[in-house]
Design a protein around this ligand. Structure first.
Ligand SMILES: NC(=O)c1ccc[n+]([C@@H]2O[C@H](COP(=O)([O-])OP(=O)(O)OC[C@H]3O[C@@H](n4cnc5c(N)ncnc54)[C@H](O)[C@@H]3O)[C@@H](O)[C@H]2O)c1
Ligand SMILES: [Zn+2]
Length: 353
């Protein structure tokens, strides 16, 4: 298969490209090398590389020639600095996706695998002992400032127990980035309906591993901890460290993309979402401990700081992905964190190779 990988110079995209090559496919990389993701232009990759913005209709049209399927990873990622980032997020992620999909409609490319995200769910799944399944609203700044990090039952205020979110859970995006990731899915579903194409959204959990960008306001928390340890400092864990997440290794995510591209096309006209997580949740505090142990650095400190856009717990149930696509994550938490603690990170340039 000749596969156009947008964002193919990025952290996850470059692993997808490698995995596609290993599986005997022909990846073509399209990436604008966004300055915030690449402080310097990476090494010229040894494969087909187009420095094109997904918002550039002519560039996309050229890139789509002879392409069998598109793996759409290009996006502006992370929580951003403040609301002033909103137009840039919406531009790259939603206008970009619309331009790409309209190019695909025109070129007759009918197969899409989208880099989705768990952020579309907002807070994860919660159960109240009295009210069953409930949906807590956004956490209040005064609660967070007082160290009340757990969202209470919206009906009775009781403590809730967190559970695993299924794909059918309602969407509840809590920040601009999350809104753009949800809109990417809706646009892709609309494209599928209108062209008869088939689309899959792999809703990635917290992806980590070698090549992860270093600490920027946009980097994932594993990366921030790893950088602190490299400077000889203790990782600073926000809230009380009890936030539950699912840390999934970048090679497993790349493998999921290849499986989704190779699988029998799902029914035309639809978008199928798949939670893409290890199924083995851990707290952010546990992750910091694991990295500090593997690195041999100072123990993490818990700071009580918080970010308003953050959710307390979100962990997904990946059983649909395992069942439909036969995906089995291969890198466990302990081994993956050990490798990540020792591995180099992308400094000024992406690892493209
Ligand atoms: N890293 C995670 O934990 C995570 C979690 C959920 C979803 N995702 C999704 O995975 C995808 C890849 O993320 P990543 O972590 O590899 O980030 P990344 O920043 O390393 O890679 C994104 C790539 O997209 C490129 N890009 C951005 N805007 C573009 C545009 N307008 N035109 C062309 N190229 C553009 C960037 O230059 C970069 O190389 C994104 O869609 C992201 O939303 C990532
Ligand atoms: Zn209740």
């Amino acid at each position: 298969m000749r596969v156009l990988v947008t964002g193919g110079a990025g952290f996850i995209g470059s692993q997808v490209v490698r995995s596609l090559e290993r599986a005997g496919h022909e990846p073509v990389v399209l990436d604008v090398l966004l300055p915030r993701a690449h402080a310097a232009v990476p090494e010229p990759p040894g494969r087909e590389f187009l420095r094109v913005d997904v918002r550039d209709a002519d560039g996309v049209r050229t890139a789509l020639r002879g392409i069998d399927a598109v793996c759409h990873q290009a996006a502006m990622v992370g929580l951003g600095k403040d609301f002033a980032d909103a137009p840039a997020y919406v531009g790259c992620n939603d206008l970009g996706t619309a331009v790409l999909l309209s190019g695909m409609a025109e070129a007759g490319v009918r197969r899409l695998v989208l880099a989705g995200s768990m952020v579309v769910y907002g807070e994860g799944r919660y159960d109240c002992p009295r009210h069953g399944r409930v949906r807590p609203g956004p956490r209040r700044p005064e609660d967070l400032a007082a160290g009340r990090f757990e969202p209470p039952c919206p009906e009775c205020g009781a403590a809730l127990s967190p559970g695993l979110v299924g794909e059918d859970a309602p969407a509840d995006p809590r920040n601009v980035y999350a809104v753009t990731k949800l809109a990417q899915e809706h646009l892709s579903a609309a494209w599928a309906r209108s062209t008869g194409g088939s689309a899959v959204s792999l809703r990635y959990h917290n992806v980590y591993g070698p090549g992860m960008p270093r600490d920027t306001p946009y980097a994932g928390v594993a990366s921030l901890f790893r950088s602190a340890l490299a400077r000889g400092e203790a990782p600073r864990v926000f809230e009380d460290g009890g936030q539950r997440r699912d840390f999934v290794h970048v090679r497993d995510v790349a493998a999921a993309n290849v499986l989704a591209l190779e699988a029998d096309a799902p029914p035309g006209g639809t978008l199928t979402p798949y939670n893409t997580g290890s199924g083995d949740p851990h707290t952010v505090g546990e992750m910091a401990e694991a990295l500090a142990r593997a690195h041999g650095g100072p123990r993490p400190v818990t700071t009580g700081e918080f970010r308003l856009g953050d959710v307390r717990h979100v962990t997904a149930d990946p059983s649909r992905l395992r069942r439909d696509l036969g995906w089995t994550p291969e890198v466990g938490f302990a081994a993956g964190m050990e490798e990540f603690a020792r591995a180099g990170q992308r400094a000024s340039a992406a690892v493209v190779g």
